[in-house]
Design a binder for this molecule. Structure first.
Ligand code: NAP
Length: 235
């Protein structure tokens, strides 16, 4: 049975990815940080092993991955935060925190998981970026820059580990109905829906289905790609 480690599994998109991977028969390791109730609900619904870890902490990430006896075959980097501020109000601390959660985590988790994948000559790394990493969002310069960095990371690593049978891909979601967007008013959401060719916002399941596709053997020849899942909002 292949193993899958999903970060951000205690809520939103990551939780749905963990469920979808478990339903497809993978042994799921569900990484969470502060949402105890969320991870308990997930573990009541699916068979999975919870791992508590702050993805900003390099040492903790290394120890967490080392604690998985079989090693990780599929890594889904989904943990993330969002924050709205104009550039002049983004402090150095906010900037560093955004990059630690969004980019450093992808570096350390990939680094921790890759030796096992190389031994197995097979592996999957699926990074959750954002459409804002592709086109930029006003008042989210640090978020947009971090998500663009994840795209660059994906493309570079895909070239480096392809010969070892490891694919590295990126999903760039559009607006997805999770806690991350709870600050939007009904009017904001209605305006976004209006702009979206598919005339709705996305669900976590829209993303989870793509994750299970990229994890599958059927996606063996797909690497270094950015898959936009946004209902046509960004083409
Ligand atoms: P969410 O519902 O707010 O969940 C965020 C998840 O990230 C939680 O499980 C949280 O864990 C985890 N997390 C945050 N900081 C962490 C840390 N320091 N260490 C470990 N885990 C941490 O967000 P979401 O909407 O599902 O977003 C998931 C990913 O999709 C993010 O990378 C986000 O940028 C991206 N995305 C989302 C949208 C959208 O519209 N929702 C659009 C584009 C991209 P705890 O709660 O346990 O702390």
């Amino acid at each position: 049975m292949k193993t899958a480690l999903v970060t951000g599994a205690s809520r939103g998109i990551g939780m749905e990815c963990a469920k979808a991977l478990a339903y497809e028969g993978y042994k799921v390791y569900a990484l969470w940080h502060s949402s105890r109730e969320g991870i308990e609900n997930l573990c009541n619904e699916i068979s999975c092993t919870p791992l508590q870890c702050d993805v900003r902490d390099y040492g903790a990430v290394m120890e967490t991955v080392k604690s998985v006896p079989e090693g990780i075959d599929i890594l889904v980097n989904c943990a993330g935060i969002s924050e709205h501020a104009v550039l002049q109000d983004i402090t150095e601390e906010m900037w560093d925190n955004m990059f630690d959660v969004s980019v450093k985590s992808v570096y350390s988790l990939s680094k921790a998981c890759i030796p096992h994948m190389i031994n197995r000559k097979w592996g999957r790394i699926i990074n959750i970026s954002s459409m804002w990493g592709q086109v930029g969002a006003s008042c989210e310069v640090h978020y947009s820059a971090a998500k663009a960095a994840v795209i660059g990371f994906t493309k570079a690593l895909a070239k480096e580990v392809g010969l070892s049978g490891i694919t590295v891909n990126c999903i760039a979601p559009g607006v997805i109905d999770t806690d991350m967007n709870k600050g939007f008013s009904h009017e904001d959401i209605a305006a976004l829906i209006d702009e979206t060719p598919m005339n709705r916002i996305g669900t976590p399941f829209d993303i989870a289905r793509a994750v299970t596709f990229l994890a599958n053997e059927r996606a063996d020849f797909i690497t270094g790609q950015v898959l936009g899942i946004n209902g046509g909002l960004v083409l």
